[in-house]
Design a protein around this ligand. Structure first.
Ligand SMILES: Cc1ncc(COP(=O)(O)O)c(C=O)c1O
Length: 372
């Protein structure tokens, strides 16, 4: 069958401002370590209400440097969520520390503070909550555990905590990601924000092979990486920041359309939709992930949707059940029942700012056809 007009999962909003920004950098001749890096960092820090920001090559490299800044090292344990993109656990292993998973909250799908507390041992060096799918993690409850916190905010630009602080603005090192499906994209890229000048100094140095900002290039006083973000990417990021609010509003509009279009399947077939904002927390919309009714064949559903011209994908698999994590740590099904149940029923539906109401209706009708 020829598929006409397939609805993709994601599509970035890039326009004349981004094109001009890239051209300006190319014409300036300064493609890296130039003025756009600092400008992007300062605008981004102001946006999330953080004192400091460091542009980095990806969300993963940002998380890695944030963990190092928090002092995580060889033999430490880091308590984190098994329901996340695999990068949030991998970065712990980069430092020869151990990711210790704790189950998630059945409503928000974020790390459950009680489960996290139960997973703490005398080797726990930090907590690594993930603001999954842009919903703010319960940081006040996690902060009460009294351990250093590193936030995975890769999916959460635009999210706001109940007391009004944007995600990333609570002072902990927090990493954002700018991959092409994110609220703001630079193609690949990331940003670490922090309330600590000391963290900022260390992160800036370690992203650049361990060179302090005031050092000549011939000397480096610590081990570092090449985790730099180019001026081309930072220029795109600056242009994206200019219309971030519009893009966030558009994403929220698409989410509202989905909620209305899928209300019938939710009520009659037990399809689970993303939790609405609760207790004053506000989601920064990133993806629209639903959990299929129990007993549904997910692979068959995805194939059937594809035949109807709708892209979807399983999202996200539980990290502890990935073969690498099973082999390395002996994880088995049943350890984190909430995360496993959510992970095995989840699919991401097409979601991006330009998705029209008619397209949302088409997705909902396709899902209805497949599920009823
Ligand atoms: C929760 C989460 N953590 C970490 C990452 C890693 O970000 P990146 O792909 O930019 O390295 C992502 C992005 O895909 C993510 O969604």
């Amino acid at each position: 069958m020829t598929i006409i007009d397939e609805i993709p999962l994601a599509r970035p909003v890039l326009g004349a401002a981004e094109e001009q920004a890239v051209l300006d950098v190319l014409r300036s001749g300064q493609l890296s370590l130039g003025p756009r890096v600092t400008a992007f960092e300062q605008s981004f820090a102001a946006r999330v209400g953080a004192p400091h920001a460091s542009a980095v090559s990806s969300g993963t490299s940002g998380l890695h440097l944030a963990l190092r800044a928090a002092g995580v090292g060889d033999g430490d344990e880091v308590v984190t969520s098994p329901f996340s993109f695999v990068a949030s656990a991998n970065v712990v292993l980069y430092e020869r520390a151990r990711p210790v998973f704790a189950d998630i909250d059945p409503v928000t799908h974020n790390l459950d503070p009680q489960a996290a507390a139960a997973a703490v041992t005398n080797r726990t060096r930090a907590l690594l909550p993930v603001h999954i799918f842009g919903y703010p993690a319960d940081l006040p409850a996690l902060e009460a555990l009294g351990l250093p916190i590193v936030e995975d905010a890769c999916e959460a630009l635009g999210a706001v905590h109940a007391e009004g602080t944007p995600v990333g603005g609570r002072g902990h090192p927090a990493a954002f990601g700018f991959y092409a499906n994110k609220q703001l994209t630079t193609g690949e890229g990331g940003m670490v924000v922090t309330g600590s000048a000391e963290h900022k100094e260390r992160i800036d140095s370690e992203r650049n092979q361990g060179r302090a900002p005031d050092m000549g290039w011939l000397d480096h006083d610590r081990l570092g990486f090449n985790y730099r973000l180019s001026d081309v990417a930072c220029a795109i990021g600056l242009a994206q920041l200019e219309h971030l609010d519009e893009m966030l509003v558009a994403r929220a509009r698409v989410a509202d359309c989905y909620r209305a279009a899928l209300a019938g399947l939710e009520a009659e077939r037990g399809l689970a939709l993303p939790c609405p904002d609760g207790g004053g927390d506000r989601r920064g919309w990133f993806v629209f992930v639903v959990q299929l009714p129990r007993g549904t064949d997910r692979d068959a559903t995805i194939r059937a949707l594809r035949e109807l011209g709708v892209q979807s994908k399983p999202y996200l698999p539980a990290i502890h059940l990935m073969s690498f994590y099973r082999d390395r740590f002996g994880h088995r099904p049943g350890e984190f029942p909430v995360a496993e149940d959510v992970a095995e029923r989840s699919i991401a539906l097409p979601f991006f700012p330009a998705l029209s109401e008619a397209q949302v209706t088409r997705v909902a009708e396709a899902l209805e056809r497949v599920l009823l």
